[in-house]
Design a protein around this ligand. Sequence first.
Ligand SMILES: [Fe+2]
Ligand SMILES: [Fe+2]
Length: 240
Amino acid sequence: MTLDSTQTVRDIVQKYPAAVPVFEALGIDYCCGGTKSLGDACEKQKVPLDKALKDLGEALVVRPQKDDKRWTTAPFGELTSHIVEQHHANAKRELPRLAALAAKVNLKHREAHPELDQLRELVDAMRSEMSPHMLKEEQVLFPRLCAMEEAASNGTSLEPAFFGALINPIRHMMSDHDDTGALLKSIRAVTHNYEPPADACMSYQALYHGLSDLEKDTHLHIHLENNILFPRALEFEKAH
Ligand SMILES: [Fe+2]
Ligand SMILES: [Fe+2]
């Protein structure tokens, strides 16, 4: 394995899924900002390139790829089911729970911590952003990809989709991902990197903990779509 500063963050996580927790720990955006080179991503995040290369090298030696599912070759049906069952299910469970918790914590602690007003609004915005987005993927885009794959393997042809070429819905989904990524960045800033204040009660701590987990899961979720599923789908469309 050789890594250098010119490789894109996306290429690195595609090839080495064990790089994901390293990028998470360094704050390097590997989902929406995945097309940047490692050098540029480090510069943007003010992480020394040497440190990133060292951390990546260690993670890739300690945890080789053999346990990681290689989503770069799995059928679309399998990959989209994984996204829906793991990541959409997690977001659908966590977003209403965290929105209710943010409202409760805000009500109790807003006087001492006025930033909780903004946090509640941001969590509500995440929920309003992600819910219709996931529905569009589940009801329109993902079934289309599965149907394309099935038609190709049966040697049959498909009616053209109402949305035209795949790039149209994919562009739309990627723009939604950028919006979600920006909301996550704002949540991270308002919560001071998910660090609850010294006087935080259990609910306050649980809220920050839940939001931090949601960020990790959403980064992985967007990574699987932006960096793996969508490029594969566009390639598939070109080839068939
Ligand atoms: Fe999704
Ligand atoms: Fe998505």
